[in-house]
Design a protein around this ligand. Structure first.
Ligand code: AMP
Length: 283
């Protein structure tokens, strides 16, 4: 069999420092999105990537960004890289990834998300950060306060654009886009690539390479699955009969509304169990 030349990280054009970090992390082989996007990103090309979380997409943009930006230094309040994510949680994950991948580099990062005092984030910006990882609202707040200038951005990543659209953040991302130099590199990722997302993506990228990877199977081989069709009025009865016949130590039930979560947790069937409810207090 002829080996694919993008089957190893060393064939993708990454620096030896990054390759050694990836070895330490136990990453033996690039994922398909990494094989496709890392060499292109390293040449400065714009990318419209369709990849879900779990495909290794964070490394597919973080690794080339680290190598590209490693040769310079940012001035105070003037970052050179910007990653915009729809949620705080994703921004935190991305920032952790940058910290891990760039342990052998002297790059600095700023995580700008809500729920953390502006002062703390401002101190970090004042010291000078090379890369900002942020949600759109908090970034615009910092821009409005004059805490950060975006006119030195060389690489922009828009991550999970479809969620950005669902959450109504595209106008904020468009405002941010207007503050960034037109000549820069843009890596635009979305878990789905509908016509609408493609059209939105087109506003941010120039002559992009379109990369689509098939999502990995998300089902663990240790999980048996069953699909039960049920009338709405029979749903609880059917659920309870399944639970009664299950021999379980612990059980997770997902509902689509917080009211359903609460209602279900109070049912008699759970009386002899310790029940914890979790929801984001949204609906
Ligand atoms: P992501 O899709 O970026 O959220 O990555 C999903 C998970 O896969 C994370 O835990 C990464 O650390 C891990 N990962 C990413 N790329 C690789 C790789 N090439 N080999 C092994 N694990 C990886």
């Amino acid at each position: 069999m002829i080996a694919n030349k993008t089957d190893t990280f060393s064939n993708l054009g990454l620096s030896s420092e990054l390759i050694s970090t990836l070895e330490d992390l136990g990453y033996t082989k690039p994922t398909p999105i990494q094989s496709a996007s890392i060499p292109l990103a390293l040449t400065g090309r714009d990318i419209l990537g369709c990849a879900q979380t779990g495909t290794g997409k964070t490394a597919s943009y973080a690794l080339p960004i680290i190598d590209i930006l490693s040769s310079g230094k940012s001035k105070a309040r003037m970052p050179r890289g910007l990653v915009i994510t729809p949620t705080r949680e994703l921004a935190e994950q991305v920032s952790e990834n940058f910290n891990i991948f760039a342990k052998n580099f002297s790059l600095s990062y700023g995580l700008l998300i809500g729920g953390i005092p502006f002062n703390e984030q401002n101190k970090i910006l004042n010291k000078g950060v090379d890369i900002i990882i942020s949600t759109p609202g908090r970034l615009l707040d910092h821009v409005d306060r004059g805490n950060v200038l975006l006119n030195s951005i060389k690489i922009l990543v828009i991550d999970e654009a479809d969620r950005m659209l669902d959450m109504g953040f595209i106008p904020d991302v468009e405002s941010i886009n207007l503050m960034i130099p037109k000549i820069r590199q843009t890596l635009f990722f979305s878990a789905t690539m509908s016509n609408e997302i493609r059209k939105i993506g087109g506003k941010f990228v120039i002559n992009p390479k379109i990369i689509e990877v098939t999502p990995p199977s998300s089902t663990s081989k240790f999980i048996d699955q069953k699909l039960i069709f049920s009338k709405k009025s029979d749903k609880l009865k059917n659920l309870f009969s399944i639970i009664k016949n299950l021999n379980f130590e612990s059980l997770v039930i997902f509902c689509n509304k917080k009211s359903d979560v609460k209602r279900l947790s109070l049912k008699k069937i759970f009386n002899q169990h310790k029940v914890v409810i979790l929801h984001g207090d949204m609906l």
